[in-house]
Design a protein around this ligand. Sequence first.
Ligand code: FES
Ligand code: FE2
Length: 454
Amino acid sequence: MEKHSGITKETLLTVKEKLKDGVLPQWVLADRDMFELELKNVFGHTWQFLAHESELKEPGSFVTRWIANDPVLVTKTKTGKIKAFLNSCTHRGTLLCTADSGKQKSFTCPFHGWTYNNEGCLVGIAVGNKVYGEEMNKEDWNLRPIPKVDSYQGMIFGNLDKDAESLDESLGNLKWYLDIMLGRSDGGMEVQGSPQRYVVEANWKVTAENFESDPYHVQYTHKSSKEMGIAPNDPFFPGHGYQVVLDNGHGINLVALDETGISPFPYQGMPESMWPMFEKNLTKEQLGILKDSFFVGGVYPNLGFLQFSFPPLEGEPQLYNFLNFRLWRPLAPDKVEVWSWHLIDKAAPKEYKEKSYFAFLSTFGPSGMLEQDDAEIWSRVSQASNGLMAQDKELSYNSFLNYLMGLDRVQPDEDFPGPGVAYPLCFLDTLSRSMHKRWIDLLLQEKPVQKEVR
Ligand code: FES
Ligand SMILES: [Fe+2]
């Protein structure tokens, strides 16, 4: 039976027009047809983060991941190559590997016992000769590779679209900022522990946007941290700094440390012994940014990052820095699986790494004080977006979300030393508008765009 979809090209064009005016219809946060269109047009064509290379240390290492609904097996072969396959047996399709991570040369399917090596080749069929004969060509039944896999600064991405632009092109001018976070130290970064996973009843656009482009919420959603004296007691915290709009919907907020009351800690509180290394690996401009700002931003569509410092123990004057990358995996219009990695410089002192992990856990771990504040609010957006009024597509009610902050009021700073369009303020909706512009452009892509009836 054909299923009627309310998402026509016309509707999408109307949404695009509304976005130019700085508003977004609320129904896009809870609509099932919209969600399915996003799965195809956004998640089927963009580069999706799979793993950091430090999670696949030795030949034979593997991790299992997801690109939206596609299970992915990422392996390191005996020659040290990273490969990624659909984690589905080519015999009858069951999930092949169910472990989160490990090290092994081959994967045997739990259903009928077909075995694949970590190059994705089918190397064993239970009683194969007896049941399929000699003529069955095993190569025809190798694991299906993820069409595109590439990495940047240790971050491994996959893309389900074989015709997609390269990762390099897709990351564009965001690379300059990623280099500050991922390339500042000798040996790069490493993941500590396993990625934490938890499900939040929220729409993926809300989580991505809230984390990556909305420092405005911090002063109120996270008010308790101010009341406890942990965060600066300034209603404008963290509005000071730059919001930088980058290629393809990517972006970053550089929250100025000198305006936040955290100024006694240059380089975000990282050990002084590491500073010469930063000076060696970064340009003068990048160094200036690392020294004076916290970072929060995103790789469009659903990979957020936060570089932040926090005291891990009560009363300890020292701040401990951490880099958190997090993926918002869409499960339903109102459900997202958060995948959250703690990264630290490989070259950091051991004790510092441990304390950094505690600083991360106490703030942005699943029960961290800042994470819980956010998760509650994200769910409330879904709760308030499901009803008839919020879901009205006639756009006749006032069911719009407001992205007007800074619209035509704040001009870019032409003298900003980094790439991108840098606005001298973090309390802005400029980056949110840019993210949603990329979103609507992807939805409007001609190739897989939905027609009225499908
Ligand atoms: S489904 Fe894997 S061996 Fe049959
Ligand atoms: Fe938050």
